[in-house]
Design a protein around this ligand. Sequence first.
Ligand code: PLP
Length: 325
Amino acid sequence: MNPKYPERIRIAHLPTPIEPMERLSRHLEGPELFIKRDDLTGLATGGNKTRKLEFLVAEALAQGCDHLVTTGASQSNHCRQTAAAAAKFGLGCTIVLSGQAPPLTTGNILIDKLLGAQIHWAGDQPRSEAMAEVTAALQANGRTPYPIPLGGSNVLGATGYVLAMQELMAQLQAEQITPDFIVFASSSGGTQAGIVLGAEIYGYDGQVLGISVDHPADAVQTQVAALATATATHLGLGQLSVADRVVVNDDYLGGGYAIVGETEREAINLVAQMEGVLLDPVYTGRAMGGLIDLIRWGAITRGQTVLFWHTGGTAALPAFTDKLI
Ligand SMILES: *Cc1c(COP(=O)(O)O)cnc(C)c1O
C-alpha cells in the first residue's frame, strides 16, 4: 500500500523520541512500558494537534486563506496549537471556546492570548453554530477564513497520524521494540483514525487501544472507523475498512470531560515522580490512569510490551492546580 500524502508544512519536531519507562514498569510489576513523546512536537508546548496542523495549514495556505478559525473546550490544546501555527505563518486566528471566560486567565487560555488569537466565548450557543457565525462575520469583513473542525479531526488531520505510524514503525524496527499494545487518549477521533489506518498500511501487528476521555465507546468507534475509511480514500487507497482494528475503552470517563478525579490525579503524580514526565489533566492523565488500572487487574500483563502515546496537553496543568496536589 502506497498512500499519496497531500502537501504538508513542516512545523513539528520529528521524529518525537520514544523513551523506556523503567521505573514505572518496575513499580507496577507490569509490562515493559515505553512512551512516545508527542508532547514534544514543539508548537508552543506541543501536542498531537501539531501533526494534524501540518496538513491542515498547508491546505489553508494553498487556498490563499488569511485566517484560521477553530473551536474547542476552554482549555483546548488544539486551539492553542492552531493559534501558534497561525502566528508562525502570519495568519489571523479566531478560536471559539465553550462557555464563558473563566475568572482566571491561565493555562492554554493565557497562551492563546500571548499568541495573539482572538477568543470568542460561545456562551450557551453550540460551538459549531458559534463557529459558523464567526466564520461568516470574518468573510463579511473581507477576510478569507479557513475553518478547522473540532480537534482538527477530518481526513487531513487524521493524515498526520497515518504519517506518524510510518515514523513509529521505523523507530520500533530500529530499536527492536515490539509493542503488544499502543495506548493513548481518544476524543474527536482523528488521532485514532490515523493510527489505525497507519497500523494497517505499515503492518503493525498489535492492538491499538484508544481510551475515551468523553464519549461512549460505540460513538467513538463509529466516528473513528468512518474517518479512517474516508482518510484511506483521500490517500488514494480506495475502499479500505479498518473497523475491526478500532478498539475503544470507555471505563474511565469518571465525572465526565475535564473532571479530574482520583484516576487522573494518581496517574499524573505517579508518572511525574517515577519518570520525570508530565501528563495532562484532561487526556493523558485519564488514558494513563486507565492503562495503570488495566495493568493492575491483569488485562495487560508482565511479559507484554506497551507503548503509551503521549499526546500532549501539559499546558493545561496550571488551570487544574487545586485538583492535582
Ligand atoms: C486533542 C487531544 C487528544 C485527543 O485526540 P483526538 O484526535 O481528538 O482524539 C488527546 N490528547 C490531548 C492532549 C489532546 O489535546
